[in-house]
Every structure is written in structure tokens, then in C-alpha cells.
Design a protein around this ligand. Sequence first.
Ligand code: ATR
Length: 265
Amino acid sequence: MDKYAVVGNPIGHSLSPRIHALFAAQTAQDMRYEALLAPLDGFAATVGAFIAEGGRGLNVTVPFKEEAFRLATRLSERARAAGAVNTLGFSGAERFGDNTDGAGLVRDIAVNRQRDIAGQRLLLLGAGGAARGVILPLLAAKPASLLIANRTADKARALAAAFSGCAGGGFDDIGGRSFDIVINATSAGLAGGVLPRLTFAFAPGCLAYEMVYGKDTDFLRQARASGATTADGLGMLVEQAAEAFFVWRGVRPDTAPVLKELRPS
Ligand code: ATR
């Protein structure tokens, strides 16, 4: 039976084993998928041992995505743009590194939520790894504009400079401007932190997308208070998993029943 896993630290609460088990059952793929805890200083050794046991692929999560990028012997274009790898595939001596996070985000917005990205004014909050991981797929969806805003303005400017077709600045630079889709890629919500007061305008019908899932974050609260439609990152999680499943198995699972099962009613 082909063996896969998600590797991270911590990993105990990962939904990935459940998601991939549902995908495998639905598509009748003969595979096993487990959660793998790697020591903080032992990622490469954990991956090496997994390959030696015949492992076929890994999903990589916090804090190892950059290390996985360095460990790959071949990279997809989207992984190279992201500077991080969340999906590894092993074949012979090759370690193929891909990044399905941005594709997952775009698919959740465009397909699950039926929101066109093309022609829309996009705002991406944050300039860390989570933000960088989604920029190329967002630009490929042809928004009217993509602005990256970060608490530390210089980081947003430097990040935007690495891509053509977007701009970067500080939270102060966006005051008074209006956006159709706002994506929170800061880590503020993870530990219950707060963002500065958001002074830009959520345009009528704006979609406010929080990459964190399962938490009512400050971003979601501020967006709701401004009348925006809100979304959390559960759909992105399931869609990035489906994209990884496709990379490994060449079969695209139907995400709708999986999302329905995972979403608390
Ligand atoms: P990740 O890999 O999750 O992106 P990261 O690379 O550490 O993590 O980046 C965290 C991002 O969240 C950064 O953009 C950070 O802003 P700074 O660059 O100014 O530090 C942002 N962030 C974290 N907590 C925040 C808060 N309370 N308010 C605003 N931005 C915050």
C-alpha cells in the first residue's frame, strides 16, 4: 500500500489524515496517510527515514515549508515563487517539491464561493511565508490589482518587488482605499492576537477571507462589523489537500462532500 504523511511540529491536531482518508476512499486509491511529528532540528532525518521506508509523498506544514524547499531536488514554478514547499513527491532519487497552498486558496474562492477574482481589487494582508505562498496563483487569476499590506511596510514592499503586477506598503498606505476581496495572511489570528484597526473600505459585497480556520479572529470580527461577507481557511485547507492528492495520484477528488463533513453545522 502506498504510504503518505503530513509532517510538522506540532502535528497532533492536523486534519490532513482525515481529509486524505476521505479522498482515498472516494477515489478508491490504495494508500495510507498518517501524521508525522518531526523534531524541530530533525526534519531532513525524518524525511530520509520516511523515504527509506518506501514513503511516496509528504505534505509539509509549520515550521518546515522552507526547509522542504531546500530539500527538494526539483521544484515546480509555484513552489519556486512561494519560496516554500508544502507537497513533496518521491520517485527514485528525486524529491519533487510543489506548493499547492495558493491553488487551494484560489479554488476555494473561485469554485466553492463562486467569486470571480478576475478584474477584482485584491488586498493581501501580511508579508510572511503564508502571504508569499499565494501571490503567484492570485496574480494568475488576473485581478485588476493586488496590493500587499503589512505591519512592517518594508517587508511588503520587498515582497511585492519580487513579483510583477503587484504593489506593497504599510497598513497606513491603504487607509481610505476600497477592495473587493481582502485576504488575511497574517498570523495574528493564530494566537488570538489583534490587527491594527482596519481603515480601508470593504467594497459592497466584499469577500473577507481569513486563512486561519476554526477561529473567530479579530480580522473576521472587523470585517463582519464592516458588512463584508466572511470566509475562514477550511476550504483552502481541503483544496490544497486535493491539489496535493492530484499531484501524487493523478486523480482529482470531489472536495464538496469532504468540506461538508468537516464543517461544523
Ligand atoms: P507565516 O509563515 O504564517 O506567514 P511569518 O512569516 O512569521 O508567518 O509572518 C507573519 C506575518 O503576520 C507577518 O506579515 C507579520 O507582520 P510583521 O512582518 O510586521 O511582523 C504578521 N503579523 C503577525 N501578528 C500580527 C499582528 N498582531 N498585527 C499585524 N500583523 C501581524
